[in-house]
Design a protein around this ligand. Sequence first.
Ligand SMILES: *Cc1c(COP(=O)(O)O)cnc(C)c1O
Length: 382
Amino acid sequence: MSILTPAEARVDLDAVRHNVALLAARAPGAEFMAVVKADAYGHGLLPCARACLEAGATRLGTAYLREALALRAAGITAPVLAWIIPPGEPLEEAIRQGVELSAGSRELVDEIAAAARSAGSTVRLHLKIDTGMSRGGATLATWGGLVDRALAVQAEGLVEIVGVWSHFACADIPGHPSIDSQLAAFEHAIKHPGLSGAVRHIANSAATLTLPQAKYDMVRCGIAVYGLSPVPELGDFGLRPAMTLTARLALVKRVPAGSGVSYGHLYHTAGETSLGVVPLGYADGIMRSATNRVQVLAGGRRRTIAGRVCMDQFVLDLGDDLLTSGDEVVLFGPGDENEPTCQEWADSLGTITYEIVTGIGSRVPRVHLNQRPGNAQQGDRQ
Ligand SMILES: *Cc1c(COP(=O)(O)O)cnc(C)c1O
């Protein structure tokens, strides 16, 4: 007997592999870092990381050390870079596990060097320059001092400067003037003679697909790996959305005309109808702003969510269609079967696909399709 899950996010690893190959072909000669932060953008860290490596990614990128350490704990040995390092992080553990670290301040270089000394090994370090995003990284004014500090601890054998990098603020806005000025600042910063052997990297998904001059020695792709367009105005670039979010109707019942539906009665039935209850809510990442707005596919038809999205559930007006509890509802997917896409959800909610897929909660199991033998290994959570 198989147990039906009330809701699940199916992740097609063949789509992930297709996307990695497509993106790598757009950056010939460059290394490919698959960005797997935030549980691989909600798609499941370990199966996605392995699928990316199977498809030719040579490195993985995470925001936090604990994400990089989760890769190591599962036996993944590929180079991993973690780039957000607030005070108090387990630096020594990361260094022992061979996680590559980023630093954009002299203070952090010193902390990392001290941790390398206690760990008794050399850290592979990427120096980050703020070329105009004004978020992480050293400003141009402090860059020289940062590089000098890093070269000094490199001379002591504590660090090896393996990368020099930056991040675009507006790569998803084609023609934005900041793109050229960030590239010019990057060119200037990487000219420092002490950095000649370092891997230079600045391109995210949008830059990989639209700015060939920004590929340098490596590209760092996140959203496009999962098949979602980083620049929706320019189309899908041939990417395949990997995730299909589904649920099974928990209940179907007839109600009379004029029934007020869900909290606040923001929806009223026009005539006698069938209502279907879908067991997903804002605790699962179905934003409350999807109320009376976003469409899903049920019984082969698009239907708009009827009334307020609740914490654990929302309601559909099924009309006279013969649906029963247990029938599948597709919230979004690649769009092949007339189901809405995550991009459509993002457009109707006034957000970006990143926020939708990373917001899907931990109650929703990720089910990985087209897993290769050896991919599912001990230590995987799903
Ligand atoms: C998240 C992130 C990326 C990936 O960005 P996408 O737009 O998802 O491709 C690359 N670099 C850094 C520093 C990031 O934080």
